[in-house]
Design a protein around this ligand. Sequence first.
Ligand code: NDP
Length: 318
Amino acid sequence: MSAAPTLLLCSETDDLGGLRPAFERAAAELCPGLRVALWPEVAAGAAEVVALASWFAPRGLPATLPGLRLIASIGAGAEHVLRDPGLPAGVPVTRIVDEQQARGMAEYVLWAALYYHRGLDRVQQQQPRGVWRMPPQRPAAQTRVGVMGLGAMGAEVARCLAGHGFEVHGWSRRPQTIEGVRTWAGDAQLEDFLRPLDIVVSLLPLTEHTRGLCDARWFDRLKPGAAFINCGRGEQVVLPDLLEALERGQLGGAVLDVFEHEPLPPAHPLWHTPRLLVTPHMASSVSPEAMARQIVGDTARVLAGQAPVHAIDRGRGY
Ligand code: NDP
């Protein structure tokens, strides 16, 4: 008797055991007969694995699974799936797209934009010295915020900031239209997009084009004293260049939520860098229920011979 079709939860870096009940509930409702297993309960080569729900799965594992029909990232980014050079061709890769997650991101970026716009960064520096000085206050319409990446996250963030009165600019690969947002597209318009900004937010996926994008040249294109909020991926920033830009005041401050190596080690110098705020990859997350329902739903679709709803373009990298 052959084993039941199996969805394998798999990560080399994190314990995904806590997600299992939500996946089992989703399977019972949306894909009856689908079994949920946790790697390494099911070993490499297992023919019954039809779907891999992964966060940094071991490189090479997907290629050993002959029955694999879907590789699902359990996050909004799929770069950790695509880093596997042996990824089987023709198996669709999906990622999480969730309205609630996008709203959470909008909350986080709104907070960070207000932190700079209202001068809370300065107040925080004054407090240890007992300094009572009100930073300059101005209407939100006089603060220009730029959002790099206008996808599921970036578009929601841009709308939210515009709704709170900020002057919002957005930059994407292809031209976009968002009401209340001035949009720019492509490498050719990057410099013009960046130059007038008071605050710039990255919500780009990690691809071969965005890796190392924020380097010395990029920081030099900013208005002197602008603030940077990175919620995309750590690898998009050349850290020594960021630190150098902060040091000489070209960069007024930074809020970093994502890092090349997470968790950021306790001894890392970033923890103690003035005018830099570290947050632990907390900008937004998806609930286990929403994640499980989306991934099990896509699994049911591929088993029925349909395309998954949340596929990325593997060639484009996002
Ligand atoms: P999407 O794929 O929906 O959107 C990506 C956006 O980036 C699109 O607007 C795309 O342009 C743009 N883009 C991609 N490449 C380039 C480029 N070379 N130049 C200019 N623009 C580019 O992704 P999401 O909005 O869902 O998520 C974005 C990223 O946010 C994720 O990949 C992840 O890294 C990060 N994230 C971080 C979280 C956190 O907690 N810190 C939580 C969730 C996500 P176009 O519209 O033209 O295709």
